[in-house]
Design a protein around this ligand. Structure first.
Ligand code: ADP
Ligand code: MG
Length: 234
């Protein structure tokens, strides 16, 4: 579904990704692991079109998307749920959700998609009129994912969804990720929770200093003592 070849990207004066290549297969979760500062978020932002591709190639569902503006990537079905949730704090839950649906492919289906999100997250239904700022961290993450789902993604880029959440909420987020994949969504999942991520994913990539340091079936990565020790702190 997604092919990244020799991607170079970064910020104004800092190059962060130094020729990074990976594949995301449709219908499964692919794990993106690596220490803080490895470049996972920079990759996610570049895939979403929030940072420019300096060189290399991005193909999504067979189409070169490297120069498409971010809203056209959303229209194509590539949707980022950003690190830190980034919900609009003063807007209500339902206003946040509606903002996820502004692309013309999703907008006509807003009532149906809202029903789907509220079915997945009954907490959001209960709190639909409440300002997002007043939600707990876990609820804000649900809202961020719900807002992403409102855009009708084909591939969801899920950046550190469990960061700062309690273990129970973390388990719920992983359960939800599994359910979304079972329902046909493709996921690229950047995470610090290595064990649960490897259990949820089929393929895994380990990022180090803006390059892929290890890759393979998630089970093989989980079982490789050298990779576990060198990159995953296990
Ligand atoms: N806005 C920014 N401007 C300059 N450098 C940044 C910016 N954001 C992140 N970086 C740097 O890019 C590198 C990769 O960061 P990031 O992609 O956030 O890593 P990760 O998500 O794997 O923790 C780090 O060295 C970080 O300091
Ligand atoms: Mg990050």
């Amino acid at each position: 579904m997604l092919e990244v070849d020799e991607l170079v990207a970064g910020y104004e004066t800092t190059q962060v990704l130094h020729g990074l290549s990976l594949r995301v297969e449709a219908g499964a979760a692919t794990a993106l692991l690596g220490a803080n500062g490895a470049g996972k978020t920079t990759l996610m932002k570049t895939l979403a079109g929030l940072l420019p591709v300096r060189s290399g190639r991005l193909r999504f569902m067979g189409e070169d998307i490297g120069r498409l503006p971010s809203h056209q990537r959303v229209l194509a079905g590539l949707v980022l749920v950003p690190e830190g949730r980034m919900v609009f704090p003063s807007l209500s839950v339902i206003e946040n959700l509606r903002l996820g649906a502004i692309n013309p492919r999703a907008r006509p289906n807003t009532p149906r998609n809202l029903e789907h999100v509220f079915h997945l997250f009954p907490r959001l239904l209960e709190r639909q009129a409440q300002a997002a700022a007043t939600l707990s961290g876990g609820e804000q993450q649900m809202l961020a994912i719900g807002r992403g789902l409102m855009a009708q993604p084909k591939l969801m880029l899920l950046d550190e969804p469990t960061l700062g959440l309690a273990p129970l909420m973390t388990r719920q987020i992983f359960q939800l990720a599994g359910r979304l994949v079972a329902d046909g969504l493709t996921l690229l999942l950047a995470e610090q929770d290595v064990q649960q991520t490897l259990a949820a994913a089929t393929q895994a990539y380990v990022v180090e200093n803006g390059r892929i340091a290890a890759q393979g079936p998630a089970q093989d990565i989980a079982d490789d003592p050298r990779i576990r020790q060198a990159y995953l702190g296990l």
